[in-house]
Structures are given as C-alpha cells and as structure tokens.
Write a protein that binds this ligand. Sequence first.
Ligand SMILES: Cc1cc2nc3c(=O)[nH]c(=O)nc-3n(C[C@H](O)[C@H](O)[C@H](O)COP(=O)(O)OP(=O)(O)OC[C@H]3O[C@@H](n4cnc5c(N)ncnc54)[C@H](O)[C@@H]3O)c2cc1C
Length: 320
Amino acid sequence: MTTRANPGGPATREWTRADLRDLTTFCGSEGCACTLDEPLSRHTSMGIGGPAAAMIWPPHPDAVAAVVAWVSGRGLRWRVLGGGTNVMAPDRGVEEAVINLTRLIEGTRIEDGLGTFPAGLPTAQALNRTVREGLDGLVWATGLPGTIGGAVAGNAGCWGGEMATTVDTLEVVTAQGGWLRIAAADLSWSYRRLDLVEKAGIGSIVVSTTLALEPDDPEALAARHDELHARKRLDQPVGARNAGCVFRNPAGDRSAGLLIDEAGCKGMRVGDAEISSVHANFIINRGGASGAQMDELIECVRQRVEARSGVLLEEEIHRW
Ligand SMILES: Cc1cc2nc3c(=O)[nH]c(=O)nc-3n(C[C@H](O)[C@H](O)[C@H](O)COP(=O)(O)OP(=O)(O)OC[C@H]3O[C@@H](n4cnc5c(N)ncnc54)[C@H](O)[C@@H]3O)c2cc1C
C-alpha cells in the first residue's frame, strides 16, 4: 500500500492557466511568494519530480489559511510540502498548487514543559533548541531530516521514539481555511501514520505543534544526541540523495532492510537509482535518476523480496 498523508484537498474542477494567474495576484496581496511551473526536484531530498503547477510559500499561519480558503473556495486542489524528505514526486509533476511550509518558521515558544514550534521549522532546529534548554522529549529525533510539521504528519520515528508520544496538541488549518486546536490524544496515530482527515478533514494542514518536554540533565542530553548522531552516520547513507526508508517494516522481527539485503538487492541499480550498500531500505539518487527509474527499482526489489521471503513490502515514502 502507498502512503498518502495529504491527498491534495477536495476538488470539483481542474486548475486552468487563468486560475494560476489569479493565484499569483492573490499571493502577491497576501505577501506570499508564488512561482508557476516550479520543479519539485528542487524541493525533494531525492532530487526527483517534475513541475508543480504553482508553488506558494506562506510566511505565517494566517497566510496558509488565506491561501487554502482561496484555493478551496474555487473548487481547486492543493498539496502540502515540508522539507520534501519523504516525498516521491512523479516525473510529470503535479497539477495542483503546492503549499510549501518551509518559511513558516517564526513563533517558537517554550514554557511550562511545553514547546510550540511552527510547522516549517526544521526538526533538527527544534531538537537543538530543546537540548540547549535541558529538555527531553525530542532527542529520539536526532538525525531526522525535514520539518517538524512533516514529522507530525507522517508520525516520524526512530531510536524507539515517535511523534505520537511526543506531541501534546496540534494547530491545524482546515480545507476551508478554518482553525482547529486538536489534542494528540484525540487523534489516531499508528506506525508512520497520523489520520488527520478523521478530525480535521481532507487537505488539512498542521501549522504548528506543541510538544510535551521534560527537564533533564543538559550534559546527558547532549551526550545522547551526539551518540545517536554518530550511530546514524554509521547506519545510513549520509550525504547521498534519498528519501529515507522506502518500505515499511513488515510485522514480525525482520526489518524491510534485512529482507532486502537477504534478497541480494544491495547495490542493484536502474540508471542512477541505486539500492544503498550501507542500508538496503534506502534508495539513492546517484545524480540523474528519474522517478521512472526509482519505480522500476522499487518494483524489482518488491518482487525479489516476495520471491525469497514471501513478504510483500509496502511503501513508506509518500507518493505524489
Ligand atoms: C536521510 C534520511 C533519513 C530519514 N530517517 C527517518 C527516520 O529515522 N524516521 C522517520 O520516520 N523518517 C525518516 N526519514 C523520512 C523523513 O525525513 C521524515 O518522515 C520527515 O519527518 C518528513 O518531514 P518533511 O518535512 O520532509 O515532510 P515532507 O517529505 O515534505 O512531507 C511528507 C508528507 O507529509 C505531508 N505534510 C508535510 N508537512 C505537512 C503539514 N505541516 N501538514 C500536513 N501534511 C504535511 C506532505 O504532504 C507529504 O505527503 C528520513 C529521510 C531521509 C532523507
């Protein structure tokens, strides 16, 4: 099964060039940068993806709400992008407007054991801030790329932690441009998934997240942070273009990476797409890989693993 955290918003019609021109004017009046035919390959860690019909960079949550209300009010679709570190975008690009949240970075507040972070803030910056202030809650996210909003939207996790156990509340903009404050306990979280649709509706956007933090010894926190960084550098193809783990770990005690390795896939290549020799669940773009080459390699791995172990791997990456 393919992961689709944000299905693109409800829509009643397709974008036209006139809509895109009007959008550009509207974004100008809201103080949002907007470009047409923006290559997604520039905004995904995999370096893959054709043009988005439009890309919009709201600088604050009110601008997110205004843009969503404008787009949904015209019966058009949108998508949401954080750091692009978990997205596989198609070579043909996407017909929707993409709301890029990476400029939503103002408004961090830490008080009374709660840390509120704007959705576009890199998770690493949120983590560094908590470590500096001697607060635990996010150290498990050491080495996790992307934005804090993207981490919430996909219930990112590593080293035994996950967003589900860290988040206290979310601030969400709905598909109509309305606002919701939702307690984490009222949301359905599962392995690498958050069901935002159930409470907030299709196309809703996390604009900030409040995390529950615990005071801890700053030196111990910093030491744990350094140790996890070192382990990540050993375990993962750091520096190479990729989108993290391609497949979800199946039920049972054998990880997707181990199954792929046992099926003899490490180092396999289709064009510039290559199964990492460091971690078999990572596919690397060696430079000029296309989405089609990635797809071919993914399918090949899936078949080899099924033939060897009987396990049909499901994708973890978010396909657009
Ligand atoms: C080298 C590397 C290592 C990684 N290691 C891990 C790991 O250990 N554990 C792990 O879980 N992941 C890992 N990942 C995957 C990825 O980094 C995380 O899932 C990350 O949290 C995604 O954040 P992002 O901002 O890049 O999201 P994006 O890739 O931009 O978006 C992912 C999905 O979430 C949606 N989305 C993004 N932001 C929002 C928002 N604010 N509101 C609503 N929907 C939104 C998007 O529409 C998209 O469908 C790794 C990736 C790389 C490249």
